[in-house]
Write a protein that binds this ligand. Sequence first.
Ligand SMILES: [Zn+2]
Length: 544
Amino acid sequence: MASWLNTPIGLIVVISIWLATIANFPLWRTLTLMPDNHGSQYWIFIFSFSIIIASLNAIALGVLAWGVFLKPVLALSTVAAGFGGYFMLTYGIVIDTGMIRNVIQTDVREVKDLLDIRLPITLLLLSGPPLVIIWFANIRPRTIKLALLQQIGIILGALALLVAVLLMAYQPFSSTMRNHPQVRYLINPLNSFYALTKLGVEPLINSPKEFKTLGEDVRLSELKKEEQPPIMILIVGETVRAQNLSLNSYQRTTTPLLSQEKNLFSAENAWSCGTSTAESIPCMFSNLGREGYLSRKADYENLLDVIQRAGMAVLWLDNQSGCKGVCERIPTQQAIPNPSSKFCTQDGTCQDSFMLENLKERIDTLPADRRKHGIVLVMHQMGSHGPAYFKRSMPERKKFLPECKSANLQSCSRESVMNAYDNSILETDYFLKNVIKWLDTTYKDRATSMMYVSDHGESLGEGNIYLHGLPYVFAPETQKKIPWILWMSDKMQDQTGASIACLNQRKEDALISHDNYFHTVIGMLNAQTHTYRRELDLLSACRQ
Ligand SMILES: [Zn+2]
């Protein structure tokens, strides 16, 4: 090997350049696909941007990679770049704290769905050659003084280069970054390290927030003689976007069963709080609304705590990767796959309808003195969780064919991806219809209701973007516009004085979001607390 490659400086420079150019293939590809990629200004930008990234790499490696850490840090950077490149190329996603948090919080089954044969190939191409160079480099020990001088030299040299390029190409650089802020999340592998560091440092900077109770004054309204304590099922949907429901005027019939339901309202203009499960769920169960939640100074209890404090029986039943903290203080059950159920497969995943088996027995485990005040059951769906959409429907629900049978969505046609996704909506349609049926038969004389709200939407290849989890400000509408379906039995409508027919009449002008969730549920349960805000209650305008 060339002798200069056997020095720490040579090695750091080569790896920095490799990471900036080859390992950033997803970034360069995204930039060339942009509509404003013409003219000499553009090429000046590309050239200067690659030097800027190489300088940033060299500065980071100059600080971290020396002594015994030299080779491990360099190797780790190239491997991280390979993984990052794979996810960005395969799913058109960017890497930020939200994405990393998602990867950490999802369960093994889901991560398995994300990996395929292209992972080793991408790793081999993006990380292989530099790993070989690092492995064979014959680094001779330096004195500490020399090592220090050389590392400082690298850092200062890279810094000077960075400043020089920024000064010369400031104009095209700043305008591209302003127009396409997502580009910075594509800089590989600095994006992964930045996100990981931010996740690690955040709790140190923002010392753990004070934890506060919520709605201590809550009480249930006295029931009239002929009235019954309510039974409410809240379905937390997964990855369903509003536009793919025929209830919301989608051209394909994806919700044939719900469409026949008379006491049903489906919002056409509802928005999520976040673009991932981990972001949306805590925010949607909070009373603060999106802005209040993001800027909160303390952590608070949530909707479920308040309902439980009011004296009702609450249960969280999960067919997914957990409740993201909102069920911490209430009874929780993970729906354990049952191999004898027709809704479960051998690999241990179950269609959501399997949560309806033994549901009455599950509810009967809740304290009787609470049940007599009312029951709120939350079911957390697997829904349309990607990328393996084809696993989210039973054979008899597969109406749209052929389906993409791969987790690598870009290797399938857009149409087959859409088919698999739409079949998963048919499965949710079947599930929700059966929830209503179950309520109607199990609690025939009671005031029952079901509210279904998805946590976030999904990208299905529009603009070459797949899945979800893009930072909220520049995530496309498809990731943020969600279905919101409310069904109420006649008795529930009588008892609450709220009318589904009225909601349907006001459908057009109703712009709603997860901000409305807390207050709508509190309102439907007839609970009184100062934390309730009438103006955010979806039903307040339709209550006599
Ligand atoms: Zn989700």
